[in-house]
Design a protein around this ligand. Structure first.
Ligand code: DC
Length: 225
């Protein structure tokens, strides 16, 4: 039987990973976090002091990025066999991932791995270009969105809790969110945009359980037709 492919795209902070992981668990599919793959590349390039685009491209043939899944279904990402899953979750690696992801050779490098995973097994894959570039034939495409103001406000509350003395103001967080959206949406290669056949899901007014229910409903409807 042909594997089912569910593509979820959307801006940073819209809750893609949490929701993609939850619906994958509900449906019994594999969750593929493509952002983690870009982060693993950023981590490897950092260890090699590869900073310029030319150096990054030159290092790519020395790198293998792979994924495996623990018994609990949690995705682990590896750079040349080293489990970097925890090391990639830092602000520095977010910046690094954003930078490497704008290099066409880097995107090309990950494309085969991403597509072959989706060919082997049913997946919920999240990212920025899954419905538009990586899996244009995905049976379900969802563009998950939440207004910049709401994403900024949620992030602001998170930061206040984490670092009450040094948290940035809401206005600063909002400016950052707007700038990141702009970068993602206007980059030359594989910009973030809604695929023509994607269903728009605005979860700004919904809590996590309601958002999950909405996404599962979209999947059900799409998979029936
Ligand atoms: O989703 P994330 O924050 O872990 O993604 C890290 C970076 O990788 C982010 O700057 C966007 C980029 N990315 C991308 O360009 N294409 C994808 N399919 C996934 C992530």
């Amino acid at each position: 039987m042909k594997p089912i492919n569910i593509a979820i795209d959307g801006p940073s902070g819209a809750g893609k990973s949490t929701l993609a992981r939850r619906i994958a668990a509900k449906l019994g599919y594999v969750y593929v976090d493509t952002g983690a793959m870009y982060r693993a590349i950023a981590y490897y390039m950092h260890t090699k002091n590869a900073d310029s685009t030319a150096d990054i491209i030159a290092q790519l043939p020395n790198l293998t990025v792979s994924l495996s899944y623990g018994e609990d279904g949690v995705q682990h990402v590896y750079a040349n066999g080293e489990d970097v899953s925890d090391k990639i979750r830092t602000p520095e690696m977010s910046m690094g991932a954003s930078k490497v992801s704008a290099i066409p050779e880097v995107r090309e490098f990950l494309l085969d791995t991403q597509r072959s995973l989706a060919k082997q097994t049913s997946v919920v894959m999240d990212g920025r270009d899954i419905g538009t570039v990586v899996l244009p034939d995905a049976q379900v495409k969802i563009y998950l969105t939440v207004s910049a103001e709401t994403r900024a406000y949620r992030r602001f509350l998170e930061l206040q809790e984490k670092q009450p003395d040094s948290a940035p103001s809401y206005e600063e967080v909002l400016a950052d969110v707007i700038q990141r959206d702009h970068q993602d949406m206007t980059r030359e290669i594989a910009p973030l945009k809604q695929a023509e056949d994607a269903v728009l899901a605005d979860t700004g007014e919904l809590d996590l359980d309601q958002s999950e229910a909405l996404l599962l409903q979209i999947c059900k409807e799409r998979l029936q037709t």
